[in-house]
Design a protein. Structure first.
Lengths: 567, 203
């Protein structure tokens, strides 16, 4: 923690979980400077990581193998990418896909030829391949058909891509799955948990995606060179920077949030503590004030460039634009008052919609790196959901009454309250959301109905507790169906932000609210919901490329805006 | 069948869902995963024990409900019927009780006529850390006895692997068979309603 942070104890309280952990607000989240890709770039810059292209074996069609290596002060990590010929009829972003334009593994170290040959036999198979603890991440991606050909043709002809076309998509390729943490034989998270260069959440996955973004630039410039020969030009630096990497995200992220309540609490606590620190500042330094106002201008442009097909999201975006206009008019005056950041926050509470309020949170943190960046180091915890079998039932009951009382406010009766169920399909284990009263499989649902399960537990506790204040061990002998819920209640005691305070199996539940919440913590932007079940996003848009990082501002890419027309 | 190496995360994922597929509650299934990973970290393949316990439970050879009694020898867990007690059901309960009792120097816990005693011991050890050396229990049904004075059945300690476990392919196939019971069959309707673009994406 910096000296500034140590001496700045928030005078204002953290926002209550009843406000923060509701789906309606979670689904309005924005990335902040504490997001995982932001903290990764800061660390890489601070520690002088360097990067190299160790292998580049692509044929004239762009098919072959590329190895890109990141060198940290102590270790190396290599992204091994296989670029494939993908028949059009096999192109899909779904989990059930079986072929992709590119597949990749992040290797722990520098791979030998034998390692690359082994990966060539397995990485393209994805879930059907087998991996070793030396592989830390597995992923795949497809080209954006809207943009890829356009950019190739323009570069081959010696021209930069059309900025309008570029801005509508924002990336050349989009990842459709990125697996870590021991999947398919890859190295477990525990293997790298103590490595200082990977402290924080999802750092190794973010590294893999960032290196893959670099690969997309190499690939497109290679194809342009093959087609255009001497006429071809590379991407202009500002265009390279503006290109992110896309991602299509579906239901798989929602069970993750359910399985990791302690981690979710750590993420939200860090963000909310950062907000409270900023709101507690008694005054605005001239430099910080200027940075905030500059960023506000950029955020307005960023939101103005945020175009999606979903009419509902477009209405929300239009609302944010109006709210930012309002904020822009008020901010200079508010910054002249005492406790200026709190004044601006309260203005947002009173005058802005939920989506703009969450964007304001991000804006407030942005110019206060020295005050809040230490919190990024607290966003990973060693999780342990432990049962306390000796706890008296009266104590368990008290714990629920005091800490999970939010359940009482939810409508949990009637068929609408448990209309949906989350499950793994036998088809490639694709996570799906079923209709309980119309489809088979409800008995095999994942344990994501925490509110319903709490209520059921309370009903049985009320009977048992009244009869005999015994211990949990005895209660669970008679009620083994509550074991998961009891362990969870005990494990999140005191962790206010651990649970989504909504009913995740209710009719009308929108999984994309959960997805956006998690993706914002990753650092994703340009949320592009395609239905209630899945969304496209852009990652690392505006961020330096690896060969630019040393001379770049690692934090200078928040709310990326498109470059002016480039010739 | 080829040798199969699994990460601990993968082992946990499959074992938990195999137990759920065998009919256990999520909470008990989570404890199955914990015991499996504990065994793996000791350098032991958990698949044979788990496979035996899964088959015993799903074939109806084991009792799925546990009874608790206090007797002159201490706390006893036993089947609520005549068949051997399922280790998958009783192991987590035995760990619960031992965790509560173990501070008492006179504590003694018995698990009577359990189908796979080694699994119960793994559950207790995974939770409480008690016992890393001693006699390995028999392969067939038998009793498990834990005693605070150090006597009784104890798990054996073996060399731990740092990053993976190698599982017996035949036993692992049984675990996988039960794992598949936790999955919902795909239908044309559920396939087309899944998250993501259409089955062919031209975007």
């Amino acid at each position: 923690m910096t000296a500034a942070a140590e001496t700045t104890r928030p005078a204002v309280p953290l926002r209550p979980a009843d406000e923060v952990m509701r789906l309606s607000r979670m689904g309005a989240s924005f990335p902040t400077r504490l997001s995982f890709m932001r903290s990764l770039l800061r660390r890489m810059h601070r520690e002088n990581w360097w990067f190299e292209q160790r292998r580049f074996d692509l044929d004239a069609q762009g098919f072959g193998t590329v190895v890109l290596t990141a060198h940290t002060p102590e270790r190396a990590y290599s992204l091994v990418v296989f670029s494939h010929d993908l028949p059009p009829e096999k192109r899909t972003d779904r989990v059930i896909a079986e072929a992709w334009d590119a597949t990749f593994s992040l290797y722990d170290g520098i791979p030998s030829d034998a390692d690359i040959a082994r990966l060539a036999d397995n990485t393209p198979k994805q879930e059907a391949g087998r991996f070793t603890p030396r592989e830390l991440v597995l992923g795949r991606a497809n080209r954006s058909l809207r943009l890829f050909s356009h950019v190739t043709e323009r570069l081959a002809a010696g021209q930069q891509p059309d900025i309008e076309t570029l801005a509508r998509v924002g990336y050349l390729m989009r990842t459709t799955a990125v697996y870590g943490s021991g999947k398919f034989g890859c190295g477990d998270r525990a293997l790298i948990a103590d490595r200082p260069e990977l402290q924080g959440a999802f750092q190794v996955e973010m590294l893999a995606v960032w290196l893959f973004r670099w690969f997309t630039v190499h690939l497109i410039e290679h194809l342009a060179q093959v087609r255009g020969g001497d006429s071809a030009v590379p991407l202009a630096p500002e265009v390279r920077g503006f290109l992110g990497v896309g991602n299509a995200t579906g239901l798989g992220m929602a069970p993750f949030l359910g399985r990791h309540p302690q981690l979710v609490h750590a993420w939200v606590t860090a963000r909310e503590t950062a907000l409270a620190r900023v709101r507690s500042l008694p005054e605005a330094m001239a430099e910080t004030r200027a940075a905030f106002l500059r960023l506000l201008v950029r955020a307005r442009q960023h939101v103005g460039e945020w175009q999606v097909d979903d009419p509902q999201q477009m209405v929300r975006i239009a609302g944010v634009q109006q709210d930012l206009t309002r904020l822009s008019e008020a901010a200079p005056g508010l910054l002249d008052e005492a406790a200026p950041w709190e004044r601006i926050w309260q203005f947002g509470q009173a005058r802005l919609g939920v989506e703009a309020q969450e964007l304001l949170l991000s804006l407030l943190l942005e110019p206060h790196g020295a005050l809040v960046d230490d919190l990024a180091e607290r966003m990973h915890v060693s999780e342990h959901l432990a049962l306390d079998p000796g706890m008296r039932l009266s104590e368990l009951h008290r714990l629920i009454r005091t800490q999970q009382c939010w359940v009482d406010a939810l409508p949990l009766d009637g068929p609408e309250a448990d209309a949906r169920f989350w499950y793994y399909s036998e088809e490639k284990l694709e996570p799906r959301l079923g209709h309980r009263h119309a489809e088979p499989g409800g008995m095999l649902e994942m344990p994501l109905a925490f509110a319903r399960d709490i209520r059921s537990l309370v009903a049985d506790l009320a009977q048992a507790d009244a009869a005999d204040d015994t211990i949990v061990a005895a209660f669970l002998l008679r009620h083994p169906q509550h074991r998961h819920t009891v362990r969870r209640v005990q494990s999140i005691a005191g962790l206010d932000y651990a649970e989504v305070r909504d009913n995740l199996v209710a009719d009308g539940v929108r999984p994309i609210d959960l997805l956006r919440f998690k993706l914002a913590f990753f650092g994703a932007s340009k949320f592009d919901p395609k239905s209630d079940l899945w969304t496209r996003i852009t990652l690392f848009q505006g961020a330096p490329q690896p060969d630019e990082l040393a001379d770049a501002d690692p934090d200078g890419w928040a709310f990326a805006v498109r470059p002016a027309n480039v010739i | 069948m080829a040798v199969l190496h699994l990460s601990f995360g993968e082992l946990s994922f499959y074992c938990c869902r195999a137990a759920f597929g065998a009919g256990l509650s999520w909470g008990l299934a989570e404890d199955v995963a914990v015991a499996a990973v504990w065994l793996a970290r000791q350098g032991r393949d958990p698949a044979p024990l788990l496979a035996a316990a899964l088959v015993s439970l799903t074939d109806g050879a084991a009792e799925p409900s546990v009874k608790h009694e206090q007797s002159e020898i201490g706390t006893v867990l036993m089947a609520d019927g005549k068949k051997p007690l399922s280790a998958l059901v009783s192991g987590p309960s035995a760990a619960d009780w031992w965790q509560v009792m173990k501070q008492d120097p006179a504590a003694r816990l018995g698990v009577r006529n359990v189908d796979v005693p080694g699994w119960v011991i793994a559950c207790i050890a995974a939770r409480t850390g008690d016992g890393s050396t001693g006699t390995r229990p028999s392969d067939g049904p038998g009793d498990v006895v834990m005693s605070a004075d150090g006597s009784g059945t104890r798990p054996s300690g073996e060399t731990a692997h740092a990053d993976h476990v190698t599982v017996d392919p035949d036993a692992w196939a049984i675990v996988q068979r039960h794992f598949r019971l936790s999955l919902v069959p795909s239908t044309d309707a559920s396939r087309s309603a899944g998250a993501g673009a259409g089955l062919v994406d031209t975007d």
